[in-house]
Ligand binder design. Structure first.
Ligand code: SF4
Ligand code: SF4
Length: 336
């Protein structure tokens, strides 16, 4: 791995250049990742908690047309949409967000290759930032990550003093991105950087994910699910703020008798209608079954299918849950 030193000032020059070139520059705000046109709003604060939502919507929008259609007397004409593959640089991504696209990529390239996700992802450069603070909801260390993990980042920043960052160039994509800015990079000092990362306090490991996997396989009918189902409101905010939840629905919207568009919209497995069949039958007709699905999907089914946990441990779902359901607590205490 290649490590350099860059000053905050020079990093902002790179950000300004990204904007001047007409690329999209995203940075985390308190509520969400925002598109930046003025670099003075960028806060590279390693002590900030994750924003309320991740940057998922920029790779997998909340709603988007996948095709347009026109009905003739005897046929239907399908019209492709132009997919937006704009160069997008994300500066200051939390480690728990940076790895989200790697996790979702499996799903979007499984039985069908989703051109929309793939094209956008291909044009992303993720500049991750070390995390120096966690709260009671964070549990990245329980799902194989950490506040200093470079997983998913193309370039990773570690603040080494007030004005400088160690810059780790993690991927080929990151290398290609930073090459034109070589004049801003000084030789790195890996020993000094290590001293910084070793001082970072890690969230305590809350559970053994292999034990959770086993427990889920043996406790499909556990009464625990009913207890959670009695509290959960089925609002699905947990899915919408999650950096890796990816359920969507396809809906045809007619403009008129002859024209319309086919939309892909975010959906959530906690909604009562999510599994409602056209026949009226609903295999997950009560909330306990839906919450059970959420936990099994994240900690067992996705592991079976893709060898990866469908959770980055960001804690967003718990931080924002209106009835204080805490997925870390549920998983950590499943055996009790
Ligand atoms: S767990 Fe919380 S956020 Fe998720 S659906 Fe239930 S009430 Fe809503
Ligand atoms: S399930 Fe919760 S903690 Fe895990 S990635 Fe999604 S929002 Fe974060």
């Amino acid at each position: 791995m290649d490590e350099k030193i860059i000053s905050k000032e020079d990093l902002m020059k790179i950000c300004r250049d990204v904007i001047d070139k007409g690329h999209t520059l995203l940075a985390p705000g308190t509520a969400e990742y925002v598109s930046v046109s003025d670099v003075s709003v960028i806060r590279l604060d390693p002590s900030a908690l994750p924003s309320k939502s991740s940057f998922k919507t920029y790779a997998f929008p909340k709603t988007e047309p996948v095709l347009y259609y026109k009905r003739g007397k005897n046929d239907v004409q399908l019209i492709d949409v132009n997919i937006d593959g704009k160069n997008t640089v994300i500066i200051g991504a939390k480690p728990c967000d940076a790895n989200s696209l790697n996790i979702m990529r499996h799903l979007f390239n499984w039985d069908y290759s989703d051109e929309f996700f793939n094209l956008r992802e291909k044009h992303f450069i993720i500049i991750g930032l070390m995390c120096s603070h966690y709260d009671e909801y964070c549990f990245c260390t329980s799902v194989g990550s950490s506040p200093v993990s470079e997983k998913g980042s193309d370039i990773f920043l570690i603040p080494v003093d007030e004005n400088n960052f160690a810059m780790r160039i993690v991927t080929e994509k990151g290398k290609e991105f930073i090459e034109p800015y070589a004049e801003y990079l000084k030789s790195g000092d890996e020993t000094r950087t290590k001293q910084v990362t070793e001082k970072v306090k890690l969230p305590e490991v809350a559970f053994d994910n292999k034990e959770v996997y086993e427990w889920l396989g043996e406790n499909f009918e556990s009464p625990k699910w009913e207890g959670i189902g009695n509290i959960c409101l089925s609002c699905a905010q947990c899915a919408f703020v999650c950096p890796v939840c990816h359920c969507f629905d396809i809906v045809d919207e007619d403009y008129s008798y002859t024209e319309g568009r086919r939309m892909k919209n975010w959906d959530g497995c906690q909604f009562g209608n999510f599994t409602l069949h056209a026949s009226g039958h609903n295999p997950r007709d009560i909330q306990s079954k839906r919450y059970r699905q959420r936990v099994n999907h994240k900690f067992r089914y996705y592991v079976d299918k893709f060898g990866e946990i469908l959770c980055t441990g960001c804690g967003r779902c718990s931080r924002g849950c209106p009835v204080s359901i805490d997925i870390k607590e549920i998983v950590a205490n499943c055996k009790d």
